[in-house]
Design a binder for this molecule. Structure first.
Ligand code: 2AM
Ligand code: CA
Length: 266
């Protein structure tokens, strides 16, 4: 298993599928009715996932897959790919910036490589465990801030109304304590945003493993402090909603204290 090879394969496939999404979104009229918009995104999601699986299988037969669109195949090599063909689905439907392809590779259960392609901005984020994080091939680092009071913090809101209520209450505590909030709509890109210093921190409840697998590795390889609970709810004893966050190292303790005061973590 060579993590750099897995990273480069993830990146090449993510870039290809990103180009496919960009062509699809340009063909789509954002003024469509809701049901046709849903059909459009479902068709694009499924087609993208199938293309990702086919491309990776051609290079590495026997690897396993877990995908948002339902792909779930066992691995005979120890490597399993965790894929989100479109993260930031709502943005994609509205032709709003902030959608991407996220592809990660896990070896015996540990994520060792990942890539996130943002085709609209022509940015490819990638990382391999122990080899750092990059954007378009250049090394990236989380911000060197030490003042949580001046932090720009990204978050996201669930599709579930009850959870959104809890998220709004947490925000009421958080908002006066930081510089500002950003809600971009793609967990994968938010994690890459921490990695490249576009925001100081990001947190969200109840993500799925394909939303965060690649982005969490990219953020941690960029020096951020990352807690990626999704897919492992049992590790958070006090909450049914697992919390994910990534934060610049100089404000990690203060930010965790703020999450605690906001009722989001143990
Ligand atoms: P998606 O765009 O693939 O649906 C938005 O806050 C971010 O959280 C997106 O990355 C979105 O993924 C993800 N997300 C939020 N709620 C989700 C849910 N209930 N199921 C799946 N993904 C969710
Ligand atoms: Ca997603």
């Amino acid at each position: 298993m060579d993590a750099l090879e897995l990273r480069d394969l993830a990146g090449a496939v993510a870039n290809d599928i990103g180009a496919f999404l960009l062509a699809e979104v340009d063909n789509h009229n954002a003024g469509d009715t809701k049901s046709s918009a849903t059909d459009f995104v479902t068709a694009a999601d499924r087609a993208a996932e199938a293309k990702i699986v086919a491309a990776i299988t051609q290079s590495r037969p026997g690897d396993g897959f877990v995908g948002e669109e339902g792909t779930d195949t066992a691995s005979s090599t120890g490597v399993t790919w965790i894929i989100d063909p479109i993260d930031g689905t709502t943005n994609f439907v509205f032709s709003h910036p902030g959608y991407c392809v996220s592809i990660a590779a896990a070896h015996n259960g540990q994520v060792v490589a990942g890539a996130v392609a943002d085709p609209l901005h022509q940015q490819l984020f990638d990382a391999a465990l122990g080899h750092g994080a990059r954007c378009n091939g250049q090394p990236i680092r989380a911000r060197a801030t030490t003042d949580v009071g001046r932090a720009l913090v990204a978050t996201g809101f669930s599709y579930d109304a009850q959870r959104r209520q809890r998220q709004a209450e947490a925000l009421r505590v958080m908002l006066p304590q930081i510089a500002d909030i950003r809600r971009m709509g793609s967990a994968a890109l938010d994690l890459c945003g921490v990695a490249i210093g576009r925001v100081d921190a990001y947190y969200e409840l109840a993500l799925n493993q394909w939303d965060l697998a690649a982005g969490a590795l990219i953020a941690s390889e960029a020096g951020a402090v990352v807690v990626a609970n999704a897919g492992d709810p049992g590790s958070n004893p006090s909450s049914e909603d697992p919390l994910t966050f990534a934060v610049a190292p100089g404000i990690a303790e203060a930010f965790q204290a703020l999450l605690r005061r906001s009722g989001l973590t143990w």
